[in-house]
Design a protein around this ligand. Structure first.
Ligand SMILES: [Zn+2]
Length: 290
């Protein structure tokens, strides 16, 4: 199986989970308040070694027949300079015959560097020349004012990177931007869903076609282990209580509707179902053919 491109159908929609590459995060940054020994046990049970967690930076392409939509833009040329393992979104799309000019709509789930870094080219121009860009209004306003990242439990250097990437990747798309203020259908079958907490205006998408549903949760849950341990939180959630409430709401919805779920940092392709289990949920990844 190719590890960075996964095609699937949702009703009549042609979808591709496409990775921008992978990045290794220190395990404690994903589970800040998890007791160390307990975390090590759980990681081993999931077939992982304590230390770093290598996760994909997944994006989603959807061809609805009417619109060709890209959800998030990966790290882009800026990230690729510092992290050689990322910046592969455009070449991966190219492999599938999709050029930047083919994209009609770019949906930005939130303003973190691994989701907006590819908004612009190395020259600072919009990387998708024919696309409208969509973002939640609160999210745009947060990142384009003076964002207060004081509550984030990450190093100062990471906060500075977040601010710098927002400064270089948001203003250039302003002339092509449509802001979403409340839950609405942004293209036939594609609903923007409020999912705040990870960031103030973090957005999820409910995608429906032919009676099938996909709940694209982006970073509302960063790793399947958060489903089993809903009280373990990552360092990257700015508004922790709100993020936990959002996780509960989205996962209850996904379990009740038996929707397919896509988490952008879950093991690639990040697609699966959730079922209620104990205090949380169990992740059931889809079977991918070799
Ligand atoms: Zn992310």
């Amino acid at each position: 199986m190719k590890i960075d491109i996964y095609r699937f159908k949702l009703g009549t929609f042609e979808c591709i989970a496409v990775s921008d590459g992978t990045f290794a995060y220190p395990d404690h940054s994903f589970f800040v308040n998890a007791p160390k020994e307990r975390l090590e046990q759980v990681l081993r049970r999931h077939g992982m070694q304590p230390g770093d967690i290598t996760t994909p930076w997944t994006c989603l392409f959807v061809n609805t027949g009417q619109d060709r939509i890209l959800v998030d833009t990966g790290g882009g040329p800026g990230a690729a300079l510092f992290v050689p393992s990322v910046g592969k979104l455009l070449p991966n799309l190219q492999t599938e015959g999709i050029a930047p000019g083919d994209i009609d709509m770019v949906v930005l789930t939130h303003g973190h560097p691994d989701h907006i870094g590819g908004n612009t080219s190395a020259e600072g121009e919009p990387a998708f020349p024919n696309a409208r860009y969509i973002m939640w209004k609160d999210e745009w306003e947060f990142w384009t004012s003076q964002p207060d990242l004081g509550q984030l439990e990450v190093e100062e250097e990471i906060k500075q990177t977040m601010l710098m990437v927002a400064r270089s990747n948001l203003p250039p798309i302003q002339a092509r931007l449509d802001l979403v203020e409340g839950e609405k259908e942004i293209s036939p079958g594609i609903h923007a869903i409020a999912a705040p907490g990870h960031t103030p205006g973090h957005m999820a998408l409910l995608i429906s076609s032919g009676g099938e549903r996909l709940l694209c949760i982006s970073d509302a849950v960063l790793h399947p282990i958060h489903l089993e341990h809903p009280d373990w939180y990552p360092a990257f959630d700015l508004l922790r209580e709100q993020a936990m409430a959002t996780r509960r709401q989205l996962m209850d919805r996904a379990a009740a509707q038996k929707a397919l779920v896509l988490g952008f940092h879950f093991p690639f392709p990040g697609l699966g179902h959730v079922i209620q289990k104990g205090k949380g949920w169990q992740w059931q990844p889809i079977e991918t053919k070799a």
